[in-house]
Design a protein around this ligand. Structure first.
Ligand SMILES: [Zn+2]
Length: 469
């Protein structure tokens, strides 16, 4: 449009000039080398204009010819770059699609056309990984370490490889390097924490959580829960150390820290109470358990409570159990705990009344076919035998005792541990054990149940690689 307006303007100006010269005719005479030229002033101006335009056109053509080789090279380079970027993009798509071989082919083409290793290095590494060539991928990732702008990507790639190979020590050193490069990256914090857990460096993992909480990268509740579990892992390590090195005082301090960080972590409360009782502080242990029962009744709290040996008869045990459950008397676990001690004290009517209340509550809440658990059925069988010597009735209750009770199940691998651990000894998961009813049991198999004679504790990591350093 602008060009059209310019053209119209030029034509109008030319016409105006032609009219102006036509209205003012004049003669121009040129004498040169014995020749004489007579013409009008308008023709002279037209000749000058034609010569100027011709000279300008010749100059432009000369410039075009002079720059032609360079322009051709630039155009060829631009075409190669366009093709290179297209291969780079297609390579990334191939990586996303999981086509390793195609990704490698496109990465090589992109690399040849772009001649910029930094640009294609990541694609080449990812493509090599997809193609199963971990050695080539490692070479690319290591090359990235030399380039400050790519170093983080290189560390991340090498870290992923180390995790895949199960080389925890190397993975930890790489996670520490990644943390130094990008301390505020959430992924880095999580991976650093995971690797510290993998090598059993509980102190470092706890410090990572403290720093992450301070930077608001992890929720305070999550941080405290994790630190509580870590404290219990430390406690287990102290307890697991045998002989003269066994440090009961340090274990107690760890349990106190765990219980303080997360009062809802039942194993922390049971361990703390057990260690306090072992240190002769029965009164304090009882208060810990009563407080925990008030918040969240749990059979393991009652089991530890029963193991704290205070003087007295079985009737005194009943009175003491009433103290434990006083903070939460209507809870099902309170009634089961009372049934257990009243049965031991031969108060069969009392025991039966508590268990019937449990069965009624469970059926009211979950339907008449609901699972009341093996514990309740076994206790009812014991009552039938103890009170009436009725083996047939006891047998009917025992027949229902195959119904599983809640247990410490790993949410990650589904293994029933029976006893709580900070780390799953089967899959290595951190804080994955939850108090759940086992699911998907093979037909006829029985789940592990909590043995009240076993004092709950935090066991050391089973896997050697998870043992504390
Ligand atoms: Zn597991």
């Amino acid at each position: 449009m602008r060009r059209l307006l310019l053209l119209v303007g030029l034509i109008a100006a030319g016409a105006t000039l032609a009219i102006w010269f036509a209205d003012r005719p004049g003669v121009v005479t040129v004498q040169w080398a014995g020749l004489r030229f007579d013409t009008s002033i308008g023709v002279l101006f037209a000749l000058v204009a034609i010569i100027a335009i011709g000279a300008a056109t010749l100059y432009r053509f000369w410039r075009f010819l002079r720059r032609a080789p360079r322009n051709l090279a630039t155009a060829r380079q631009a075409r190669r770059r366009r093709q290179g970027y297209r291969f780079l993009t297609q390579g990334m798509v191939a990586v996303a699609a999981g086509d390793g071989r195609e990704a490698v082919r496109l990465a090589k083409k992109a690399n040849r056309l772009l001649q910029e290793p930094l640009l294609t290095m990541l694609l080449s590494a990812q493509a090599a990984q997809l193609d199963g060539d971990e050695i080539a991928a490692q070479r690319y990732f290591e090359a990235m370490l030399d380039e400050p702008s790519m170093a983080f990507l290189g560390v991340r790639g090498l870290l992923t490889q180390a995790i895949k190979l199960g080389d925890s020590a190397h993975a930890l050193s790489l996670a520490e390097r990644a943390s130094a490069l990008r301390p505020k990256a959430k992924w880095v914090v999580e991976e650093l924490f995971n690797q510290q857990i993998a090598v059993g460096d509980w102190d470092a993992a706890a410090e990572t959580m403290v720093q992450a909480e301070r930077r608001k990268m992890v929720d305070r509740t999550i941080s405290q829960r994790r630190r509580a579990v870590l404290a219990m892992a430390q406690c287990a390590s102290r307890e697991a150390t045998g002989g003269a090195d066994k440090d009961v005082g340090a274990a107690l301090k760890c349990a106190e820290r765990g219980a303080k960080l997360d009062a809802a972590l039942t194993p922390a409360m049971t361990t703390l109470a057990r260690l306090l009782a072992a240190a002769g502080k029965q009164g304090k242990a009882v208060r810990v358990l009563e407080g925990a029962w008030r918040r969240d009744p749990h059979p393991e709290l009652a089991a530890v409570y029963e193991t704290i040996k205070l003087e007295g008869s079985s009737l005194d045990q009943v009175k003491r159990m009433q103290c434990l459950i006083a903070g939460n008397p209507n809870h099902i676990e309170s009634k089961i705990a009372l049934a257990r001690v009243t049965l031991a004290a031969d108060l069969w009517g009392e025991a039966r009344r508590h268990l019937e209340a449990v069965i009624e509550t469970v059926k009211d809440e979950a339907g008449k076919d609901a699972n009341v658990g093996a514990r309740v059925n076994r206790l009812m069988a014991d009552i039938e035998l103890a009170e009436h010597g009725d083996g047939a009735a006891a047998g009917r209750w025992l027949a229902k005792a195959s119904q599983p009770d809640e247990s410490w199940m790993c949410e990650a691998c589904g293994v029933d541990h029976g006893v709580w651990h900070a780390i799953c000894g089967h899959c290595g998961g951190f804080d994955t054990l939850r108090w759940r009813i086992p699911r998907n049991l093979p037909h006829g198999s029985l789940p592990k149940t909590v043995d009240p004679t076993v004092v709950p504790t935090v066991a050391p990591a089973v896997d050697a690689k998870l043992a504390p350093s």
